[in-house]
Design a protein around this ligand. Structure first.
Ligand SMILES: [Zn+2]
Length: 257
């Protein structure tokens, strides 16, 4: 029991620290900048951030969300992503314990958070994240012995969305999805096998349609902005990753009756 707590808390702390790096990725990857060099700097005055101003969560609170030098406001996204990453890593460590499954889960959830925030801020799902994601997914699938399901998942994931996007365009006359969405679904298929796809497509489309309609109703008519679809895919994918086996069992019992 103490061991579980120790692993969970450690994962939480490492998650916070990794969240800090994830923020750099969210900011720099869409700008095609290196995520390694130079070190963290204020996006406004470009002064290097010293280590004690770069402590996850705490520094943001101590500086009241402002740059120490130019006093420009630092986006809420920074502490929020650090917190989300910390909580996710802790939760996954609790769920999986110290195992290869945990490593797979941490890589998946980290990719999904970074992709989600980039999609929300820029409407992009960069290839430099989804392509390695597909590779990592297939690698674990090979290790766990379901490589065939994963390859089918990646191919069908891309193809299924391509068809759905075509139909959506024919029916509504507008683009509902970008090519980044196809690659993200391919990545989820590579991580979890093709069996995950019906659930992910159905849940993300349904929730996306409901939330999208509400946003369109609330927002002014002229604000017909593109609503990113990546976050719904990521959420549905994570639900399947954690509880897919239970959902599948529940479903097969349901149709047997
Ligand atoms: Zn500054």
């Amino acid at each position: 029991m103490e061991m579980t707590w120790f692993i969970t808390l450690s994962a939480g702390v490492f998650g916070l620290i990794f969240g800090s790096f994830a923020n750099v990725c969210v900011h720099r990857i869409p700008l095609r900048l290196s995520v390694v060099t130079p070190g963290s700097r204020c996006p406004s005055c470009e002064r290097a951030i010293v280590w004690y101003d770069n402590i996850p969560l705490l520094s943001w609170l101590f500086l009241s969300g402002k740059c120490r030098y130019c006093k420009t406001k630092i986006s809420m996204r920074y502490p929020v992503l650090e917190l989300l990453m910390g909580i996710s890593w802790a939760g996954l460590a609790w769920h999986f314990g110290l195992s290869m499954m945990l490593l797979q889960a941490l890589l998946l959830v980290s990719l999904l958070w970074v992709l989600t925030l980039i999609d929300l801020e820029t409407g992009l799902l960069p290839n430099v994240l989804t392509f390695p994601g597909i590779g990592i997914g297939l690698m674990f699938a090979y290790g766990f012995g379901y490589l065939q399901d994963a390859v089918i998942g990646a191919v069908v994931g891309y193809g299924a969305f391509w068809i759905i996007a075509r139909l959506f365009l024919l029916i509504t006359g507008r683009e509902g999805m970008g090519y980044g969405d196809f690659k993200l679904l391919a990545m989820l298929g590579a991580f979890m096998g093709w069996q995950a796809l019906p659930f992910i497509v159905f849940v993300s489309s349904f929730v996306g349609a409901v939330v999208g309609s509400i946003i369109l109703l609330v927002a002014k008519k002229h604000m017909r902005a593109e609503i990113p679809f990546g976050p719904y895919l990521a959420a549905a994918g994570m639900i399947w990753f954690l509880w897919g086996a239970d959902i599948l069992q529940w479903y097969t019992e349901l149709i047997r009756v």
